[in-house]
Design a protein around this ligand. Structure first.
Ligand code: GSH
Length: 206
C-alpha cells in the first residue's frame, strides 16, 4: 500500500499518527507537495479523485481518501491498539467525540489558519480575514466546552486514547502555525494536550 501524504499537513498527520500508534510500517509514504500543487496534477486526480491528501492506494489500485476512512481501514487490518472503539457503545462515543472535535474544533481552526497565514494564500482563491476571525472565535468557544469535559477525564471519548484525541490534538497543533495558543485558563485542556503530545505517535507527520 502507498500513502500519499504531505509533511506537516494536518489531515495526513492524523493517519500517520494512527499508523504510529499501531506500529504499521508496511505502507510506502509518497510525499506530495501541496504548496506547489502536486495534488492537482492529472495523474494525482486520476488516482485519488479529489485534490486532497491523505490518500491510501491499495495494492489492487483502489484508492481511499478521507483521513478517517483511511484510519478505519487500517484499524480493520490492525485492530490493536484499538482507536475507534471495541463495541457499539464505545464506537458511538468515539464517533460522537471525533465528529464534535472535527466540526467544532479542527475544521474552524483549519479555516482560520488557511485564511490568515500568508504562506497558505496559495491554497485559497481569496484569503478572507473575517473567515479567519469568525472561525477562531468558534473554535475557542468549543475549547471551553472541551475544558469542562476534560475536568474529570484523561482522554476525549473513552478511558483510553482514541482517534477523537488525534483529531483534536492535530487540529489544535495546526493553529501553532499562526502562533495561536489556547487560553491559559483552560487548564484541563492544557493537561490533556500535553499528555497527548508526549505520546511517541505525536511526532509522526508533524
Ligand atoms: N476531510 C479530508 C480533508 C483533506 C484535506 O483537506 N487535506 C488538505 C491537507 S491537510 C489538502 O489536501 N489541501 C489541499 C488544498 O486545499 O488544495 C480528510 O480528512 O482527509
Amino acid at each position: 500500500m502507498k500513502l500519499y501524504t504531505s509533511h506537516r499537513a494536518p489531515n495526513p498527520r492524523r493517519v500517520r499518527w494512527v499508523m504510529a500508534e499501531k506500529g504499521i510500517e508496511d505502507v510506502d509514504l509518497v510525499e506530495i507537495d501541496i504548496m506547489v500543487g502536486e495534488h492537482k496534477t492529472p495523474d494525482y486526480r486520476a488516482r485519488v479523485g479529489v485534490p486532497h491528501v491523505p490518500a491510501l492506494e491499495l495494492d489492487d489500485g483502489v484508492t481511499i481518501s478521507e483521513s478517517i476512512a483511511i484510519g478505519r481501514y487500517l484499524e480493520s487490518l490492525h485492530p490493536e491498539p484499538n482507536l475507534f472503539g471495541h463495541d457499539a457503545r464505545e464506537q458511538a462515543l468515539v464517533e460522537m467525540w471525533m465528529r464534535r472535535c472535527e466540526f467544532y474544533l479542527a475544521n474552524p481552526i483549519m479555516l482560520s489558519v488557511r485564511h490568515s497565514h500568508p504562506a497558505l494564500a496559495a491554497l485559497e482563491a481569496t484569503q478572507l480575514p473575517q473567515v479567519a476571525e469568525y472561525n477562531l472565535v468558534a473554535a475557542e468557544r468549543f475549547m471551553k466546552t472541551l475544558d469542562r469535559h476534560l475536568a474529570d477525564r484523561e482522554f476525549m471519548a473513552l478511558d483510553r486514547f482514541t482517534i477523537a484525541d488525534i483529531v483534536a490534538v492535530v487540529g489544535l497543533d495546526f493553529a501553532r502555525l499562526v502562533r495561536y495558543r489556547p487560553p491559559e485558563e483552560l487548564t484541563n485542556l492544557a493537561r490533556w494536550l500535553e499528555a497527548c503530545r508526549a505520546r511517541p505517535g505525536a511526532k509522526a507527520g508533524a
